[in-house]
Design a protein around this ligand. Structure first.
Ligand code: EPU
Length: 421
């Protein structure tokens, strides 16, 4: 594959309006969920990103017909699916390939799926997912890098999660939605994409109540029908754009977002002295003066999202004072800070804590992306820095952000993608 890099000439204030894309983490759950339907489904607002392309390829390999017109819709016809195997080379392309286990188990009562890939931000076990499938009556074995699950009949039951897990909650919903009887998930995750997936499944005839709270009740249905559904906007892209607006001392209105999903970030930006105002489906971020340091502790929703910790840390590198970041969700989500040190950031990482001493200015430098949100963080840092920042390993960014450079360019950023010789 041809290597590319981003070149950012920093220092331009971002100004204007930008429309946010459909949610990555909701799309990668909704697409496999179509396998549970007896009829074709039409999904709107699916972002044109590599994680989506990888998932579409997996569905096609399994026998589904998929037509995808970015910006219009995706139509998935799952009727021809006659395979429940997803091998290593497909599964490793993205984290969300683990949703194929729940979806195939729900459809066929069997799934043979390799362990998922995704960003290397910590150990990321899926033991809670497997515990949930077992509770529903599946036999689950881990064999030579594969998860082999099968059940004569999935039966509704109580599933208690020991930790709050987004992936585990979604996977058990997928497996339980056609199980016999009622499943109750306790200590469920409450992220907006869990509510979105529940709404999607309900539009196919599922009976799910309580999504968005920590107890979700699922009354199993014998069959699910086709639907037309639009996924919610991406709250992490929204947050990344909000942070980029503040970081460049800009004035940006983000259109088509859901402001209530952004409350943890909005509260932090206000605490820093950034102007944030919102209407029904838009947020305006304006930075008029120097910003103050703040402390951040990542938490499950509605707490401060771990996926925004990395871009937010870029903004904190030039804040007045000292910020403490506590990363409580993943054990290795500070790799981007090593790259920012090359750009003049004053940072100390101690395990899951990072102390950021604000400096007056970052300077452009060559840096490497280590994971998706690290990529977003380095773009924000490059936009703030004086001079030229070169960003390498762009495939991580392409997995999860739709047309990010184009959007930033339209807001006044000087950013170009070019081949690496
Ligand atoms: N965990 C376990 N056992 C499990 C499941 C999770 O120990 O069976 C641990 C994880 O190791 C982690 C914590 O529980 O320490 C939370 O993990 P969770 O299951 O909630 O996260 P995930 O499903 O792996 C999803 C998103 C991530 C996002 C997290 C947290 C997708 C495909 N991924 O991951 O998104 O950071 O939830 O909100 O939806 C990203 O978009 O950049 C990204 C990494």
């Amino acid at each position: 594959m041809r290597q590319e890099r981003l070149k950012i000439w920093g220092g331009n204030a971002l100004e204007g309006k930008v429309r946010v894309s459909g949610g990555k983490n909701t799309s990668v759950a909704v697409i496999p969920a179509v396998l549970l339907s007896d009829q074709p489904c039409t999904i709107e607002n699916i972002p044109d990103i590599e994680d989506v392309h990888a998932l579409v390829q997996i569905l096609k390999n399994l026998g589904a017909k998929v037509s995808y017109e970015p910006g219009v819709n995706m139509v998935i016809d799952p009727r021809g699916v006659d395979d429940w195997h997803v091998g290593y080379h497909d599964a490793k392309k993205l984290r969300a390939s683990y949703y194929l286990i729940g979806a195939l188990l729900g459809r066929f009562g069997k799934a043979n799926v390799a362990f998922p890939g995704g960003c290397k931000i910590g150990s990321r076990p899926i033991d809670e997912h497997l515990k949930g499938f077992r509770a529903l009556g599946a036999e689950v074995e881990e064999r030579a890098g594969m998860i082999v699950a099968q059940a004569k009949e999935l039966t509704g039951t109580d599933v208690f999660f020991d930790i709050v897990t987004v992936g585990g909650t979604i996977n058990v919903m997928l497996a339980a939605v056609k199980a016999k009887g009622t499943t109750i998930i306790y200590n469920a995750a409450k992220e907006p994409h869990i509510v979105d997936l529940a709404n999607f499944l309900n539009s196919m005839g599922a009976k799910i109540k309580g999504a968005g709270t920590d107890v979700i009740r699922i009354r199993g249905q014998e069959s699910l029908h086709g639907t037309t559904y639009a996924v919610i906007p991406d709250q992490i892209e929204t947050g990344t754009l909000m942070i980029a607006a503040a970081a460049t001392h800009g004035d940006v209105e983000i259109l088509g977002c859901i402001p209530t999903h952004m409350e943890a970030l909005t509260a932090k930006l206000l605490e820093m002295g950034v102007h944030v105002s919102d209407s029904d489906d838009a947020i305006r971020v304006k930075m008029m003066r120097a910003h103050r340091a703040v402390n951040i502790k990542t938490q499950v929703y509605p707490g401060f999202p771990t996926d925004l910790q990395q871009p937010m840390s870029a903004l904190l590198t030039t804040a007045h004072g000292t910020s403490l970041i506590q990363e409580t969700i993943f054990d290795q989500r500070f790799k981007h800070l090593d790259e920012m040190i090359r750009m003049g950031a004053n940072v100390k990482v101690m395990g899951r804590n990072a102390i950021i001493e604000g400096v007056p200015q970052l300077y452009g430098a060559p840096v490497n992306v280590t994971d998706l949100r690290a990529g977003a963080a380095l773009i924000v840092a490059g936009l703030m820095a004086s001079g030229i920042t070169e960003i390498y390993e762009l495939e991580y960014i392409d997995r999860g952000y739709e047309h990010l450079e184009e959007k930033l360019r339209n807001l006044g950023a000087h950013i170009e993608r070019e081949p690496v010789d």
